[in-house]
Design a protein around this ligand. Structure first.
Ligand code: M6R
Length: 606
């Protein structure tokens, strides 16, 4: 989604802004731009192409204060005139992430006051509002503070003025923003990775915060305008961890990082011979012993992780579990159970719908909250009582891979902790052994890569695909279909295999590949019957089967054998070949694997 970088320094900030934008490209965008103060005038450059194009047109531009932006269109089509920064009367320049909900009424008022609008965006009202206050003699700081009082909605903004090259103002409400602290220079960005080449000392701004930066320092004000101190943290994200290395795409790199990501996630949890509630935070033991149910809230891939966990939680811990799509839950009139543990799942920890769903749950009286998240300093982590950090490392590819499998690991650990507290846990040491073996088991599945790459060649010409699974593996079929559609643009749907004859079987013919997740579990024989139904209608079957699943290759039936069966952890292993399949089909189709069209990595708007 949109990205912001801002810098004030003694040196030329243009290379800093451009490199920062390049590092934010993974979030997804459709246009980019920057503005600097050059010879007491605003110099703005915008492009509807990649940041590389902006780099080309920026050659020769210099300034020691500037703001830059990658835009993911919400109001107004992707175009140069809608790209940020937006400028008011050659004096005020603004970049903005988020959505201003009352922009239409603000725009009407500004038009009446004589302001001319040159874009279709909601953002432009911010530039003109700041200008209207600044022109009355307010300082830039006061003009921005006055503007923020008029805005309804979510924002992270950066503001500069042509006649004041010594001040950069930035503020956030509902969208992430952090300050980077340098020596004789300071920065702002919506994501820490943008600033890693210049500093790893960061201040995560809180909801409603505004910061005024100059070269020597900064001052932070809270939503009431009081000057406040926020801790300076050293980001643990290393510059190397966001480099591509020898891989062709981040997605491929991240698929291959899964053994290490899982091992790292297990490291703190699983070193001893038993598993303790403390891995979910200091208050976990008492909090988790008081709950009588689970409510999982998430979006997209994270929602699929929640669906897998429901099977584990109900079967192993005996606790009732509901899993809801966050964007639905936040507006649904539900009957709350305040004794349930609300688990928010998110790679980024910044997903707007998941944040709103958590706030909604709290407003309904939920007090037991747990965030399972991959970004330590993110909003969801800060807003939850308990927390578990998956240690997958930065995930750059828009298609979530290692974040998903590490979420599953975290959810399995939660299941074990809850089951143990309730004396439901049998075979704790066997479960821990299986978890410790998981990185090696995932590595063996990754060794199937060349075979899956060959299999993918059969898909490149297809327009549709059906994914089937049952029980614990039905959510894996959903995840496989999501991966395929988001990066290869092949229309893919997933069904519990038993549902086939209730409708989707009508779609099956020789042109419809049917991909099935077929572990050797209690539902295997039922699944095989469903697959016969497909074959009988001429459907081409691609089956990811465990080694001991008795199914043979034949005309129209392609079997990919998994190295081993992992019991309860089988969904984690069965995810890997579906990730690889989607990746290689996308390669065949020549799509932009890491930045698929129309999608963003962190969905920070509703
Ligand atoms: O950061 P989150 O886990 O909250 O993101 C939720 C979804 O936007 C995300 O999982 C999305 O579905 C992925 N692009 C799927 O690969």
């Amino acid at each position: 989604m949109c990205g912001i970088v801002g810098a004030i320094a003694e040196r030329n900030v243009v290379p800093i802004l451009l490199e920062g934008l390049q590092r934010l490209e993974y979030r997804g965008y459709d246009s980019a731009g920057l503005v600097v103060v050059e010879n007491a005038r605003l110099k703005r450059l915008r492009s509807t192409g990649r940041v590389a194009e902006l780099m080309q047109i920026s050659k020769g531009t210099e300034g020691n204060i500037g703001i830059a932006h990658t835009r993911w269109a919400t109001h107004g089509i992707p175009s140069e005139r809608n790209a940020h920064p937006h400028i008011s009367r050659d004096l005020i320049a603004v970049v903005h992430n988020g959505i201003i909900e009352n922009y239409e009424s603000l725009r009407d008022g500004l038009v009446k006051a004589g302001y001319e609008f040159t874009s279709d965006t909601d953002t432009e009202v911010i530039a003109h509002l700041v200008h209207s206050h600044y022109a009355k003699g307010m300082t830039l700081l006061k003009a921005v503070q006055a503007t923020l009082k008029e805005l309804v909605g979510a924002y992270a903004i950066g503001v500069i003025a042509a006649d004041n090259p010594d001040r950069l103002i930035s503020a956030r409400r509902g969208s992430p923003l952090l300050l980077g602290v340098g020596i004789g220079e300071n920065f702002v960005a919506s994501d820490v990775s943008a600033l890693l080449p210049v500093t790893n000392r960061v201040v995560y701004l809180e909801e409603g915060d505004l910061v005024e930066l100059d070269r020597q320092g900064y001052r932070i004000y809270d939503a009431e305008g009081n000057e406040v101190a926020r801790p300076v943290q050293t980001s643990e994200i290393s510059n190397e961890s966001v480099q591509l290395g020898n891989y062709r795409h981040y997605m491929q790199k991240e698929i291959h990082e899964q053994p290490e990501a899982i091992a790292n996630t297990l490291e703190t949890a699983c070193n001893s011979h038993s598993i303790m509630p403390g891995i979910f935070g200091a208050e976990a033991e008492s909090c988790l012993s008081r709950i009588d149910g689970i409510l999982i809230l998430a979006c997209g891939t994270s929602y699929h992780a929640g669906l897998v966990a429901r099977y584990w939680l109900e079967e192993i811990s005996g606790l009732h579990c509901t899993v809801e799509i966050a964007s639905e839950y936040r507006y649904r009139k539900s009957v709350p159970n305040p004794n349930a543990l609300v688990v928010v799942l998110s790679q980024s920890g910044e997903t707007a719908d998941t944040q709103a769903a958590l706030s909604h749950a709290k407003s309904l009286g939920h007090v037991h909250t747990l965030a399972i998240c991959n970004v330590p300093e993110s909003a969801l982590v800060r807003q939850s009582k308990l927390r578990f950090l998956t240690r997958a490392g930065p995930e750059i590819g828009v298609a979530s891979t290692k974040a998903f499998t590490t979420q599953l690991v975290a959810l399995f650990l939660l299941t074990l902790v809850l089951a143990k507290q309730r004396n439901h846990l049998t075979a704790e040491s066997e479960h821990l052994h299986a978890l410790r073996h998981l990185p090696a088991a995932v590595q063996k599945v990754l060794d199937l890569e060349p075979k899956i790459a060959r299999l993918a060649e059969k898909f490149a010409s297809k327009h549709h695909a059906l994914f089937l699974g049952r029980g614990l593996h039905y959510p894996i079929a959903l995840e496989g279909a999501l991966k395929l559609k988001e990066i290869s643009y092949i229309h893919a749907e997933a069904y519990p295999a038993g549902e086939l004859k209730h409708g989707p079987l009508a779609l099956v013919d020789k042109d419809m590949p049917v991909i099935s997740v077929a572990p050797n579990d209690a539902l295997l024989e039922k699944l095989k019957s469903n697959l016969h139904e497909v074959r009988a209608r001429g459907g081409e079957l691609y089956v990811f089967a465990d080694a001991d699943t008795h199914m043979n290759e034949e005309e129209g039936v392609h079997i990919m054998r998994m190295p081993e069966h992992a019991g309860y952890l089988s969904p984690i292993l069965h995810t890997i070949p579906l990730q690889l399949l989607a990746y290689y089909v996308a390669l065949q189709k020549g799509t932009d694997v890491d930045k698929p069209r129309n999608l963003a990595k962190s969905v920070t708007v509703e």
